[in-house]
Design a protein around this ligand. Structure first.
Ligand SMILES: [Zn+2]
Length: 174
């Protein structure tokens, strides 16, 4: 599913949104039109479509659920993200003070455990993780630098517990 341009143009005119869409060479990007202090909410998703299966435009909100929302779907990834999508409240929060015209980006592994379309990151941030994949495939030392959603933390803990149990079993069997 893809949001056609005329839908995006209509959404641009919704006055209460603090955001606008622009079409750049790499596709649609989302920008703030206002000055927004760090940690302030920017947008809350309301009319979302729920998917059991992931697409490259959905955002994972828990272990089993993927949502399609027109703003989330058009936000780019950054390794130095300007926002955080809180999957509990479906709200985008500013990660730092934002000025009008700043792009709204988020760290994709903060919501996605696996990604349908991994890609090479060109965000240019220092500490860029390089290949953007779901959190399952990102080094722990990199993930530790970011705020992650609870379902990602739960999935990480499940893997860590499994690994610990496996290594204990190995020791017991040796
Ligand atoms: Zn990057």
């Amino acid at each position: 599913m893809f949001y056609p341009i005329n839908t995006l143009n209509k959404l641009k005119s919704i006055g209460s949104l603090k955001i606008e869409f622009r079409e750049l060479t790499n596709g649609f990007c989302v920008f703030t039109t206002l000055r927004i202090p760090a940690h302030y909410p920017i947008y809350q998703a309301k009319d979302t479509l729920i998917f059991q299966n992931q697409t490259y435009q959905t955002v994972q909100v828990d272990e089993q659920t993927h949502l399609l929302d027109f703003v989330f779907a058009n936000m780019n990834h950054s390794c130095n993200p300007s926002t955080f999508i809180d999957c509990g409240s479906l709200t985008i929060f500013a990660e730092r003070d934002l000025e009008p015209g700043d792009e709204l980006t988020f760290f994709y592994p903060s919501t996605e455990w696996r990604m349908e379309r991994p890609f090479k990151c060109r965000c240019g941030a220092s500490g860029c993780i390089g290949n953007v994949k779901g959190a399952a495939k990102v080094l722990s030392s990199s993930l530790n630098r970011y705020r992650l959603n609870r379902h990602i933390e739960r999935l990480r803990n499940t893997i860590l517990t499994r690994e610990k149990t496996a290594s204990c079993a190995k020791i017991l069997n040796s």
